[in-house]
Design a protein around this ligand. Structure first.
Ligand SMILES: Cc1ncc(COP(=O)(O)O)c(C=O)c1O
Length: 414
């Protein structure tokens, strides 16, 4: 059976509809019907400027996105590790396809629904980094495995491994499994050393499962301020996992995958012995949270990757001294901190604490002031949850809209 045929069968069997259809929202000066006519296969032929888009809306700078993909791929390849980017960041099959086309060995997903969407849109290599513990989710994972040979699932308890094995046998599949090892934060994963090794041995013996290796992700290490401090934390928190990886080898177990790391530690993770691939997510877009952590070459700003993701917003009220109000509040930006940054301006702060309104405050040296109807562009606070607020993102080259990418995984939090 060809891969595309197996995907069609999966869609049919899952009761899913056709691949998502682009439904545009009203764009400034254009009706929805007019904009729909401008896009063919996600590409916009007419020269629409991002400044003409109705707001709030989500924009990705394609040159920056491509530069970020390239820098990550080049660096990881130079360091002898692969990329397995986390699609929880972009939830966008078009970006996942770009990542695969530029050399990633697969993608990660956080949720089974995200994994289903990525498979429906042509991604064949998927590592789900979160455990599935309820009978329904386990059945969905086994159903996905039936059609998606490259689906791999994390496990962190013996009971869950047994449940998965039974469900796999019932579905007539052998499920590929990685053992999730806790880096010490106790959020997820099993304790490194003997407990993780025993679980790996159990997975290896259960009839419905096939052991593929392990993962260990230290989320807390990613945003540690300062490169040296981050390096110390990242390497020490994965030390026990690296030892477990060696023990798996000695025990004759398949340890071919040792996945971990992220955007904050991408140029550190290869120093963990045995690590095979880095689960980088935010690097494609970057955000205000990452900009502040400092890099290996620049302690003041993490500028290894360029901020590519922005929210466009319009000024609604400018009649009061020292401030202005926009149409992009918490529902367009979330309430994550640090607050969004106004691109290209200085000494102007932006807050998105209220549901519908964003708030601008001018400092003494503000680079400009705004009038009603003016538009501005915000570097997002934290990319993952912001993306999850939008049905589509506009890909721009310079100021011109080039593509409209559905965020097909938007709201896929199950
Ligand atoms: C398990 C896992 N791996 C990788 C990532 C990617 O992290 P980052 O966006 O910092 O690259 C995340 C993000 O939270 C994650 O939860």
């Amino acid at each position: 059976m060809t891969e595309s045929l197996s995907r069609r069968h999966f869609l049919h069997a899952a009761g899913a509809g056709a691949a998502s259809v682009w439904i545009p929202r009203t764009v400034h000066g254009y009706t929805e019907a007019e904009v729909r006519k401008m896009a063919f296969n996600e590409r916009v032929e007419e020269g629409i400027s991002k400044w003409d888009l109705d707001t709030p809306c989500l924009v990705v700078d394609l040159d920056r996105l491509e530069g970020n993909l390239d820098h990550m791929q080049t660096t990881l390849a130079g360091n002898g590790v692969a990329s397995r980017p986390h699609a929880k960041t972009h939830k966008c099959p078009a970006i996942a396809r770009l990542q695969m086309a530029t050399g990633s060995v697969g993608i990660c997903t956080a949720k089974i629904s995200e994994a289903e969407v990525m498979f429906e849109h042509g991604i064949e290599q998927i590592l789900m980094t979160t455990v599935n513990v309820t009978p329904r989710k386990i059945r969905r994972a086994m159903h996905l495995k039936k059609w998606c040979a490259g689906f791999i699932q994390a496990v962190d308890t013996a009971a869950n491994a047994r449940d998965l094995s039974a469900a796999a046998a019932e579905a007539g599949v052998v499920a590929d499994i990685v053992v999730d090892v806790d880096p010490g934060g106790h959020r997820s994963g099993i304790t490194a050393g003997a407990p993780a090794l025993e679980l790996a041995q159990l997975v290896d013996t259960l009839p419905g499962l096939r052991l593929r290796g392990m993962l260990c992700y230290d989320g807390g290490a990613q945003h540690v301020m300062g490169f040296a401090e981050r390096r110390t934390r990242a390497l020490s928190s994965l030390e026990d996992a690296a030892e477990t990886h060696v023990q798996m080898q000695r025990a004759g177990l398949d340890n071919g995958i040792f996945s971990g790391g992220g955007t904050g530690t991408y140029n550190i993770d290869h120093e963990t012995p045995g690590l095979t691939d880095v689960q980088v997510g935010s690097y494609v877009f970057m955000d205000a949270q990452y900009l502040s952590i400092g890099g290996a070459d620049n302690p003041d700003a993490y500028d290894d990757f360029e901020p590519a993701l922005t929210v466009m917003t319009t000024v609604l009220n400018a009649q009061y001294e020292g401030r202005a109000t926009t149409d992009a509040g918490a529902k367009a930006n979330t309430i994550n901190k640090p607050w969004p940054i106004i691109a290209g301006e200085t000494d102007i702060t932006y807050t998105s604490g209220s549901d519908e309104y964003g708030s601008i405050r001018y400092g003494a040296n503000a680079s400009r002031t705004y009038a009603v109807g003016d538009k501005l562009e915000l570097i997002v606070s934290h990319c993952d949850p912001v993306v999850n607020l939008y049905d589509q993102m506009y890909g721009v080259r310079g100021d011109t809209v080039e593509v409209i990418w559905p965020v097909a995984g938007r709201g896929k939090s199950v």
